[in-house]
Design a protein around this ligand. Structure first.
Ligand code: ADP
Ligand code: MG
Length: 565
């Protein structure tokens, strides 16, 4: 055999690592993800990350985890060197974030890397220096227990990769995004993040809810709707943000499968569908959902970054998850569009009976199939704390938390509708089967044409025809369609004034509440009463209507005595 017969060469390790680095290390944020995950896998309780110039010149991750022996400290830079799996079997029982054993090898192939590590039981630690694939130095060194990895001059010797990096600010944004994906699944650990010497995030151990609130100071505890449930296929826990409370321009919603941040188009689309009718404009859903599935049911070995997953039973998971989320939203004190409640997009109800198979069993025992339930409606459950009596189709005598109240339902509706209109929780406009017409003066027509878009934001869809006629096509959802004509009159009266009065939104909301509330007599189901009462309690003033009429009286003993004296 001559060398002419052998054109195929097995590539040297350093080249292999550089090729692999192309998939694993896309930008500084990938380094943060990999090193951060290693620290988590090492059971560190304190994890600190430093970055400079968006991570281009320096990334340092320091942890107080288990550390490495001198031997492992050298081995860890070898490709496919991992302490986390031993056999292919273990791929189906993963409890660690890493398992491919390529992160450190890849990072060391495209940067200068220094490692300081010591196990608690050792007195001396190890210092390893790598530079662009070459081992530069290995020496014993005194250092703190745990591990520090410093990555400098990322892609310096790879001009094309270096050039593909964006501005420091953009890379920094990616870094923070990766950092946040790491801190939500581990609220019990202390994380810190520094950029250019400034401490940007200091997240001491907390509950998940506290961690979310620490990172979203604009939210309060009541804005978070807890989700918790168990199905034959998965368990889920987490929080949803009430649609109207979602901060503008937030970064992303979070889905975790077995503690790992995952992009799963099918599940995320399902969640988006539940949320979309409740969202205004460009607002995107915001949630933190933690799914636990048996490890043998999920394959994250799809991309080198492991941020995508294949799931066994993904359709069932989607159906049950969206149904649970829908139910959680419906049970919150939020007012939901009626058609949203009546037309669930998903038709399976979660079957909540069977416990999860023990993850360690590893068996292929067939899982019970969920029963196909009818399109049942996940309405809010009636709270056991509330009992009531409806008088004359309008007045409620209601007992709640040991107190008795007398409530004028009509007035309550008015207050609720007013606040919902002002806070825009009723988002979608409802089309009118019979559009309402009104004649206009040329001046008013011009004015209406000019304000059309503004009014549309308020839920009124108006058309100006031939400069002399207004046609009202849609009203804010939740407003009685019978009120359309009266409301159009009020609206036009408001616009007669030469300038829009500064409080015009407030006045419009008052008209909407006054004309748009349902008229008595009412027939109210227990659910409806519960809903009215909880909506009322959520109002800024549950006792008076916006026009100052009384909504409710607390029936104290004195009040009753007066009545009979
Ligand atoms: P993987 O995480 O897939 O195993 P890595 O290349 O990220 O591969 O790490 C290789 C090995 O180095 C890990 O399996 C682990 O044993 C060790 N290691 C890496 N980082 C740390 C750390 N911060 N603390 C302790 N051991 C670590
Ligand atoms: Mg790793």
């Amino acid at each position: 055999m001559t060398t002419a017969d052998q054109r195929i060469q097995v590539l040297p390790e350093s080249v292999i690592n550089q090729i692999a680095a192309g998939e694993v290390v896309l930008r500084p944020a990938s380094v943060i993800k990999e090193l951060g995950e290693n620290a988590v896998d090492a059971e560190a309780q304190h994890i600190s990350i430093w970055t400079e110039q968006g991570g281009k010149s320096l990334i340092q991750v320091t942890d107080d985890g288990v550390g490495m022996s001198p031997l492992d400290a050298e081995l860890c830079f070898e490709r496919h060197a991992t302490s986390k799996i031993r056999s292919a079997q273990d791929l189906y029982a993963l409890y660690t974030k890493g398992f491919r054993g390529e992160a450190l090898a890849s990072i060391a192939a495209v940067a200068e890397v220094e490692l300081f590590t010591r196990r608690l039981q050792d007195t001396i630690g190890t210092h390893v220096v790598m530079a662009f694939g070459q081992k530069v130095r290995v020496e014993p060194l005194r250092c703190a227990a745990g591990t520090t990895v410093i990555v400098r001059r990322l892609f310096q010797r790879l001009p094309v990769r270096r050039k593909s990096l964006r501005s420091d600010a953009t890379e920094h944004r990616h870094n923070v995004e990766e950092f946040l994906r790491l801190v939500y699944p581990h609220p019990e650990r202390h994380f810190r993040f520094y950029h250019n010497q400034a401490l940007l995030y200091d997240l001491p151990p907390a509950s998940l809810r506290e961690r979310i609130l620490a990172l979203y100071p604009e939210l309060s505890a009541e804005d978070l709707v807890p989700v918790e449930g168990e199905t034959p296929f998965f368990t889920v826990r987490g929080y949803l943000v009430l649609p109207e409370k979602i901060p503008a321009g937030h970064r992303e919603a979070y889905l975790f499968i077995n503690q790992r941040y995952i992009r799963h188009a099918l599940l995320q689309q399902g969640l988006l569908q539940v949320y979309r009718p409740l969202l205004l404009g460009e607002t995107r859903p915001l949630y933190w959902l933690f799914l636990e599935v048996p490890p043998q049911h999920v394959d994250v070995n799809v991309t080198p970054s492991k941020t995508e997953a294949r799931l066994l039973h993904e359709l069932e998971v989607r159906t049950m998850l969206t149904s649970m989320v829908r139910k959680a939203l419906a049970q919150s004190h939020l007012t939901l569009p009626v058609d949203w409640l009546l037309k669930p997009t998903e038709t399976l109800e979660p079957a909540l009976k069977e416990p999860l198979p023990a993850p360690s069993s590893g068996s292929s025992r067939p899982l019970p199939q969920p029963s196909r339930a009818a399109d049942s409606l996940p309405l809010p459950e009636v709270s056991a704390r509330l009992s009531y009596l409806l008088l004359h189709g309008r007045y409620l005598v209601l007992e709640w938390e040991g107190q008795a109240w007398l409530v004028d339902v009509r007035a309550a509706h008015e207050r609720i509708l007013y606040e919902q209109h002002l806070n825009r929780t009723r988002l979608s406009p409802q089309g009118l089967l019979f559009p309402v017409h009104a004649r206009l003066s040329p001046q008013l027509a011009a004015r209406l044409a000019e304000l059309r878009e503004l009014l549309q934001e308020e839920g009124f869809h108006l058309e100006v025809r031939e400069g002399k006629e207004a046609v009202l096509h849609a009203l804010p959802a939740g407003v009685m369609p019978g009120a359309a004509a009266a409301l159009l009159d009020q609206l036009l009266a408001l616009l007669q004034e030469p300038e829009l009065p500064p409080d015009w939104r407030n006045r419009l909301a008052q008209h909407v509440a006054r004309y748009g509330s349902p008229r008595p007599p009412y027939t109210l189901s227990a659910q409806a009463v519960e809903k009215i009462w909880s909506d009322l309690l959520a109002c800024s003033d549950p006792t008076y209507t916006p026009s100052g009429r009384r909504i409710r009286y607390l029936l104290t003993e004195e009040v009753l005595e007066k009545l009979f004296s």
